[in-house]
Design a protein around this ligand. Structure first.
Ligand SMILES: Cc1cc2nc3c(=O)[nH]c(=O)nc-3n(C[C@H](O)[C@H](O)[C@H](O)COP(=O)(O)O)c2cc1C
Length: 194
């Protein structure tokens, strides 16, 4: 299912095509697709080229136990819609600089950029990546022995969007609601703040 953003100015097709579905087919993501998505994240920019992002990747048909463990960390709302989505991941950030061991103030920012690139690459491939804040970071840390200096930031699913009709009524409505954004004038200030 397509849900192209009604942009006010032309943008790259994959940017307009990216969205966050909740209905997914169980069609597997191929290795080539998955690696292309991860590669897009690898080439994101980062402060001092620290590349502080790290991802736990679980494929339902390859790492089913890890997939189930990660799914169990999601809040019930998200558990309710992920369904049979083939890939479930956890985006994390290394909080301290590999160079000097000091806190890296841009770790979250940089990890977000990597995830953003991955989402665009996914859309370009006809897949979609849906990020989720709704998960228990402490549970994920415990389940996967994630070190203390690595912060679990967002869970995310990757797969092929499915029909909205596969979702319960309320979610199906959200799946087909118009895509909205704040007006540009609230976001971008030219020359002076506000
Ligand atoms: C960091 C982050 C956390 C999010 N958390 C959730 C979540 O827990 N559950 C959910 O269904 N959607 C979640 N979303 C999806 C947003 O609701 C969605 O990106 C937003 O409504 C804009 O829609 P779009 O991505 O389709 O353009 C999250 C998105 C981001 C970037």
């Amino acid at each position: 299912m397509d849900r192209i953003a009604p942009t006010e100015h032309p943008v790259l097709p994959a940017i307009a095509a990216r969205w966050s579905p909740r209905s997914y087919l169980d069609t597997p993501v191929t290795d080539a697709q998955l690696h292309a998505v991860l590669e897009a994240g690898r080439w994101a920019a980062s402060a001092y080229n620290e590349q502080p992002w790290q991802y736990l990747v679980t494929r339902k048909n390859v790492e089913p136990e890890a997939y189930a463990k990660l799914a169990a960390c999601l809040v019930p709302f998200n558990q309710g819609w992920i369904g049979q989505v083939p890939v479930l991941m956890l985006a994390c950030a290394r909080l301290n600089s590999a160079g000097n061991g000091k806190p890296n103030a841009w770790a979250h920012y940089d990890a977000g950029q990597a995830s953003g690139s991955m989402a665009i690459q996914a859309a370009a491939l006809g897949l979609q990546l849906h990020q989720m804040a709704g998960f228990d970071a402490a549970a994920a840390r415990a389940a996967f022995n994630i070190p203390e200096d690595v912060a679990p930031i967002a869970a995310m699913v990757l797969g092929t969007p499915g029909p909205a009709s596969a979702l319960p009524e309320q979610l199906a409505q959200r799946e087909t609601a118009p895509r909205v954004r704040k007006p540009a004038k609230e976001l971008f200030f030219f020359g002076q703040w506000g």
